[in-house]
Write a protein that binds this ligand. Structure first.
Ligand code: GUN
Length: 302
């Protein structure tokens, strides 16, 4: 048996075509959606991610601006730029590429982004909304995983979903989103004793640990659905996930490849959030697109 492939690249292509149409409508009604990306330093992986985001914006008719700062940039300078972008009439989404240098307090920086433009979904308001309801922008990677599952008609209600990795970007928001869908969710992390005890219980296994080959075939049950969020660059330059794909695929019912699984979906959902932000802003104030609408106004119009 070999698992069916959850093809994030193909699904992204379809979604991006419809995102382009939505951008075009916005452009015809006033202006194209706009995304600002803030990049600090010269981390090669971050530079690749930011390039991919800009390319995806071009593909979807979204205007993007990259603000690239040296590693020595002060928190004060970053806050100043974010405050300008918060009230800019041409920007609907603001993204600060992580990680930031150690001298910059990530929470302060993310906290300065207007919740109405927080298209990464990292602001405490949007994260809190995953618990209590009312989030404006779901975080992009969990949002993309959810769409991959829904598109393949994979039901999570009542299923054992095991998440490996408890990061703020993937593991924790993913757990909250699946709990909302009535899954029984377990979150494993670096301190979990006997990881395979949990992974063997999984009907759906989501792995975001950043460790190549962490999940082997003996750690999963037959017919498991495997979502591999890992993106690891190997010494030979190739990209691989956290799951031993070649062996696990013989036990799984569905599996994401790396590359071509979750990665393209993350970027696509960022564009979806940015366009939705522009649509909400337009719907609230179509004549004079007002950048300073309140969260309550944004939520009301969803
Ligand atoms: N660094 C790694 N993944 C992400 C992401 O999804 N958003 C941001 N802003 N930074 C990241």
């Amino acid at each position: 048996m070999s698992a069916r492939i959850l093809d994030g690249r193909a699904l992204s292509k379809e979604i991006r075509a419809s995102l382009f149409d939505r951008s075009l409508r916005l452009k015809n009604d006033g202006r194209a959606p706009g995304l600002a990306v803030i990049l600090v330093g010269n981390d090669p992986a971050s530079e690749v991610y930011v390039r991919n985001k800009s390319k995806a914006c071009d593909e979807c008719g979204v205007m993007s601006k990259v603000f690239h700062f040296p590693n020595t940039v002060s928190e004060h300078e970053l806050v100043g730029l974010i405050e300008e972008l918060n009230v800019s009439n041409e920007i609907d989404g603001i993204l600060v590429q992580l990680p930031l240098p150690e001298h910059v307090n990530v929470r302060n920086i993310i906290g300065c982004i207007s919740v109405n433009k927080d298209v990464d979904g990292f602001h405490l308001y949007n994260i809190g909304g995953l618990v209590a309801g009312g989030t404006i922008f779901p975080p992009c990677t969990p949002y993309g995983v959810q769409l991959l599952l829904e598109t393949a008609n994979i039901e999570v209600s009542g299923k054992n979903v095991v998440i490996v990795g408890a990061s703020n970007i993937v593991g924790k928001p993913m757990a909250l989103m699946l709990l909302q869908k009535d899954a029984t969710v377990s979150v494993c992390h670096i301190k979990t004793n006997d990881l395979s005890l949990y992974t063997k219980l999984a009907d759906v296994l989501i792995v975001a640990a950043g460790k190549p080959g962490l999940i082997t075939a003996d750690m999963v049950k037959n017919d498991v659905v495997v979502i591999d969020v890992g993106i690891n660059r190997m010494i030979d330059g190739s990209i691989t996930g956290d799951v031993d794909f070649d062996n696990v695929k013989h036990k799984a019912s569905w599996i994401t490849p790396v590359p071509g699984g979750v990665g393209p979906m993350t970027v696509t959902m960022l564009i979806e959030n940015t366009i939705r932000s522009a649509e909400l802003r337009m719907a609230i104030n179509p004549i004079n697109i007002n950048p300073a609408v309140t969260p309550a106004e944004m939520r009301l119009s969803i």
